[in-house]
Design a protein around this ligand. Structure first.
Ligand code: TPP
Ligand code: MG
Length: 405
């Protein structure tokens, strides 16, 4: 297939159509309308620096998790590299009582919700079916079924509406998800019920090896109007612009104005997952173009220009990032393998005869091995032993659930 370029048809709009506060050089020239949503931030240097720290820390966590996968400690990891501003800018706009329904790449959003670092990797290590308690952080665990979370968010938002509360559901989705039936159904329900939900689409230009031009021949944001959703296209590599448009959309939802669709234009700088090799389908020049739009670099330039980001502060932030990476690694490696029989634990809420029989049969099978529980395929992630041997195989790169490619 032909690699797409950033100038492809769905990307031909000018920057005038894209909300931007900081340009690629880190210069600020937002409008009064955007500045209205950034007032608190402008008055609070600590918050401005916090956004920087967040982005640096999540990039570091992401790099560490990628390394852990390469070292066989995780079965799979979907990197967020390049999408830090889209995730931190939106995540930090939320209130604690808002509820997030994400896809599988939103590690930075999870970080803003207070998800423990080790909980980010549990599921990717294959030691649990779900990484954390959604109600403890008001964020559902990662959804691998493309687009399904948009329906969950819309249903949740309709519930909030019925309760008379003013919290908001936020659904994160990708450019590829825009072609899913579920997503289009969610848009219809959200619009017609004026549900308090924000759809945040990170258009990272790719759905595995398919360019966004195969999802749409017009900018994704233009789809919103057809559903009756207000739509906004934002520079997803501009943390301040993303914060501003998300705050505005949340305010609309809280005050009875219904849903909003946000297209955050960004770029997946790494592979789709650690099982993917983007050099097979992507033009290196495209990566270079987007590297020049790096979300952290431009914000660093901006803060440095304001005198907020001193060398001492930069060193402190790097220290926080290194500490987070060390915590993630230590937590990951200390995770214990569950008993293979726990796979049957949460299939049904009530006891089920057929499942009990399957469980008994599997238990008997496991007893046939000298070390009981240690049947092939339940060793450390990434090591798949051949039946009847203790030798690790070539290493599985599939998702624990076989879901995310
Ligand atoms: C319903 C469904 N169809 C197909 C897949 C396989 N799949 C996994 S990721 C992916 C691409 C999704 O791309 P996008 O929505 O742009 O999100 P991104 O990975 O870029 O964050 C596909 C097709 C899936 N997980 N679920
Ligand atoms: Mg995508």
């Amino acid at each position: 297939m032909t690699p797409s370029t950033v100038d492809s048809r769905a990307e031909t709009r000018t920057t005038q159509d894209v909300v931007q506060v900081l340009d690629e050089t880190g210069e600020r020239h937002g409008s009064a309308e955007q500045d209205r949503w950034l007032e608190g931030l402008d008055a609070d240097p600590a918050l401005a620096l916090r956004l920087y720290e967040d982005m640096v820390v999540v990039r570091r966590i992401d790099a560490e998790a990628t390394a852990l996968q390469r070292q066989g400690e995780l079965a799979l990891w979907p990197p967020l590299l390049g999408q830090e501003a889209a995730q931190i800018g939106s995540g930090r706009a939320l209130r604690t009582d808002d509820f997030v329904f994400s896809s599988y790449r939103e590690h930075a959003v999870a970080y803003t919700r207070g998800v423990a670092l080790v909980d980010l990797v549990r599921v990717w290590r294959g030691v649990t079916a779900s990484g954390w308690d959604p109600y403890a952080v008001n964020m559902a665990t990662p959804q691998v079924i493309i687009g399904a979370q948009t329906l969950h968010a819309t249903g949740y938002a309709m519930g909030v509406q019925n309760d008379g509360a003013d919290s908001v559901a936020v659904a994160y989705l990708g450019d590829g998800a825009m072609s899913q039936g579920d997503v289009n159904e969610a848009f219809v329900f959200a619009a017609t019920y004026a549900a308090p939900v924000v759809f945040l689409c990170q258009n990272n230009q790719w759905a595995i090896s398919e360019p966004v031009t195969l999802q749409s021949t017009v900018p994704l944001v233009d789809r919103a109007a057809g559903f009756g959703l207000p739509g906004v296209r934002v520079d997803g590599n501009d943390v301040l612009a993303v914060l501003a448009v998300t705050r505005e959309a949340l305010d609309r939802a809280r005050t009875g104005g219904g849903p909003t669709f946000i297209e955050a234009v960004t770029y997946r700088m790494g592979p789709h997952t650690t099982a993917d090799d983007p050099t097979r389908y992507r033009d290196p020049a495209e990566l270079e173009t987007w590297a020049g739009r790096d979300p952290i670099a431009r914000y660093r330039t901006y803060l440095t220009g304001l005198g907020l980001l001193t060398e001492a502060e930069e060193a402190r932030v790097q220290g926080v990032a290194d500490q987070a990476a060390a915590e993630l690694r230590a937590g990951c490696i200390a995770l214990e393998d569950p008993s293979a029989l726990t796979i049957f634990d949460h299939v049904y809420a009530e006891p089920h005869a057929a499942l009990a029989a399957e469980r008994a049969a599997y238990a008997q099978y496991l007893e046939g091995f000298a070390d009981g529980d240690e049947a092939p395929g339940v060793d450390a992630p990434g090591e798949v032993a051949e039946p009847g041997t203790d030798e690790p195989g070539t290493g599985s790169t599939d998702a624990p659930t076989g879901g995310a490619r």
